[in-house]
Design a protein around this ligand. Sequence first.
Ligand code: NAD
Length: 359
Amino acid sequence: MTHKILILAGDGIGPEIMRATELVIAALSEKFGLDVALEHALMGGAAIDDCGEPLPASTLELASSSDAILLGAVGGPKWEKIDRARRPERGLLALRSELELFCNLRPAVLLAPLAASSTLKAEVVTGLDIMIIRELTGGIYFGEPRGIQVAADGTRSGHNTMVYTEHEITRIARLGFDIAGKRQGRLCSVDKANVLETTELWRDIVTSLAGEYTEVELSHMYVDSAAMQLVRNPRQFDVIVTSNLFGDILSDLAPMLTGSIGMLPSASLDANGKGLFEPVHGSAPDIAGQNLANPLATIQSLAMMLRYTLNESMHANRIERAVARTLDKGYRTGDIYSEGAQQVGTLEMAELVVASLGD
Ligand code: NAD
């Protein structure tokens, strides 16, 4: 079966990290039989320059009809002064909401050769492999009513609403159980059920589903405790599932324990497992166009696409092994460079990964 992949290179370092990642796709299809058809479209600042819109209708149409989408990054100083509603980042938010991508996956994996890049001691983080699952389209970021009110005496008050329906909790929890079942079989649901009724319901529903997933061991943790445990003993976690607000914070905290932002992939999935895959980092305008960017976050986002949407785990494993071997051999882009390593550029790093695909 031919997988239809839409490539959205975007802005800044987007086009160079995507060119590098396309080398890996080409090698997988030419040498290892991956069957893909690539389409390319404009998004973010590049699309604004072309037609005045960050997410043109033609791009959205292609995104809807593709099996999966690979995105570089959007935004940059050139578009910072235009109307907020038409900025590059709005295109990304619109794409996520149009495609109903309610589930955000952020792995935090510490590859052994990069143990020194972590801010924590090597003995605490060596072997770290956590998957954080964040609910992405509900909770306090979207709840109504919301706003800032001014009282008669002029004092202002701000309010937001934290709300989750049974349906929203069930679908993200099921994904959590499914993903834990394919990993080490441990799911930790993070809430604040001792204080917030919304998350009391969250805990009730997650608990009620556990009987259907007997291969998965379920635990619960309050978010404050989870933040502490992620720094104290992060290896106790396999999969964490949590709400939009708590996930926003924890999914930045945990992956950063592993070192550079240039290494971190992510995925956003819909109810059928179709998704948008992108590096966690932005468009890095400070290093754009200089062949300095680390392409490994995007290359590993491609691996996530192959595993979670296209059911091509063999190719995903092949990429991840090749990335680990390339780092093992001592090759580094500037952002993960340490003494004694050999520094390489964006394209060279991708070529080295390609060379290791068959090892
Ligand atoms: P950034 O992630 O682009 O850059 C932060 C720092 O990390 C910079 O010093 C940059 O050089 C470095 N960096 C980032 N990716 C790297 C890589 N692959 N290799 C090596 N170094 C890397 O964040 P920022 O500077 O806050 O934002 C720049 C622009 O990107 C802004 O316009 C912002 O809105 C946008 N942005 C886009 C996304 C997205 O597309 N999903 C996410 C975050 C920020």
